[in-house]
Design a protein around this ligand. Structure first.
Ligand code: ATP
Ligand code: MG
Ligand code: MG
Ligand code: MG
Length: 352
């Protein structure tokens, strides 16, 4: 008996295109002898569609032309046994597990996870609380402060507070931090809306730009550091991969350096000694447990050049998942291949 797996992709967030790449990769690699694959796309305008398409159509964006006419997605049960995808003839495709290959707000932030909880459908990845905590950089930092996990210094503001007195906020930031600083939307990913700022004028511009994406903005102390990432896998028993290192082709790892320039490099294992690597792997598990994570996450760190100090940067609860993304590559280097990784994630989803 094959499990019915729904791959969800796209979404309204600024990471729509990244999701298409990740979802196409998952579709290509997933074991079709074990699973029936169904695909639900979410358009940039938020419209959901049950599609009859393969990985090529997902990747190219042509999936929108392949909606199964007359189909209805029933995730909120109106009567017993009605959860699934209803076809034109009234029959129901049952859904055994969802794989939300979605990045950013309304995909990685607990909202869609809440929908699955309501529908009582198992799903890959973190639950509601962990997803929303990891997506909101301000709440995440507060929890990590509470846990005593080292982080760079930061201040934050809201659209309401900032628009009232931008110079007042700049005063607070300059009192606490030195240039360069990083301005970030609290809820986003793929470096969308992030700027490195070197002056008061740039700081104010950077905050304004970040406010285009979210109503809250965090400003961090910019540091010169190596960028180290660890993949974790598991529910109550969590395993950490070997550490990998990002070598951005630009001044920092912005959207272009991540996806467009094609010249950023990854180094696996990272160029750090074993002892430091193990410290970082333990920190990764600690942080993941602190937010009550489950299934999957990629944990990002900085190791400061001058001091060697390790700082936790963030947790991504649905990291980039193409074959060449850091998360699968870290597991590959640790001995878990891409297809096997998908199997494990589905198994963890059913057990959660
Ligand atoms: P993703 O979810 O795709 O990993 P994101 O949008 O959540 O990214 P961050 O990981 O917080 O963004 O930051 C993106 C990049 O900006 C980092 O990988 C790093 O290159 C740079 N960066 C962010 N914060 C700092 C900082 N405080 N000091 C130095 N560099 C930073
Ligand atoms: Mg992130
Ligand atoms: Mg992310
Ligand atoms: Mg990151």
């Amino acid at each position: 008996e094959k499990l019915n797996v729904v791959i969800l992709f796209g979404g309204k967030s600024g990471e729509h295109d990244v999701s298409l790449e990740s979802a196409a990769s998952v579709y290509r690699a997933i074991d079709k002898d074990k699973y029936n694959i169904h695909t639900i796309g979410i358009a940039k305008n938020g419209k959901w569609a049950y599609c009859s398409c393969g990985p090529d159509e997902i990747q190219s964006g042509k999936w929108v032309e392949h909606e199964v006419e007359g189909s209805k997605i029933n995730f909120i049960p109106s009567q017993k046994g009605s959860v699934g995808i209803e076809l034109n003839d009234g029959s129901l495709v049952p859904v055994d597990v969802c794989f939300p290959v979605l990045h950013g707000p309304r995909g990685e932030d607990g909202t869609i996870q809440g929908l699955f909880e309501m529908a009582e459908i198992p799903y890959v990845g973190c639950k509601v609380l962990a997803s929303s905590l990891a997506m909101d950089k301000i709440m995440f930092k507060k929890i990590m402060d509470f846990e005593g996990v080292p982080q760079v210094d930061y201040v934050y503001t809201t659209r309401f507070e900032f628009s009232d007195d931008p110079q007042g906020f700049a005063d607070i930031a300059e009192e606490r931090l030195r240039y360069p600083m990083f301005t970030k939307p609290a809820n986003m990913g793929s470096s969308v809306g992030i700027s490195k700022v070197g002056s008061r004028a740039e700081l104010i511009e950077g905050v304004k730009n970040a406010l285009e994406y979210d109503s809250k903005v965090v400003v961090e102390q910019g540091i010169r550091a190596r960028e180290i990432e660890v993949a974790v896998l598991g529910n109550s028993e969590v395993e950490a991969s070997v550490a990998g290192e990002i070598i951005p082709c630009k001044d920092f790892y912005d959207y272009e350096a991540k996806y467009l320039a094609n010249e950023s490099k990854t180094l696996i294992p990272a160029g750090i000694d074993k002892e430091l690597e193990n410290t970082i792997r333990e920190m990764a598990i600690k942080a993941f447990k602190a937010i009550d994570g489950s299934g999957i996450s990629r944990i990002d760190f900085f190791v400061e050049h001058e001091s060697g100090t390790v700082y936790l940067n963030e947790i991504n609860t649905m990291p980039g998942f193409t074959k060449i993304s850091m998360y699968p590559k870290l597991w590959e280097a640790t001995g878990v291949g891409y297809r096997e990784l998908i199997d494990k994630l589905i198994k963890l989803a059913m057990e959660k």
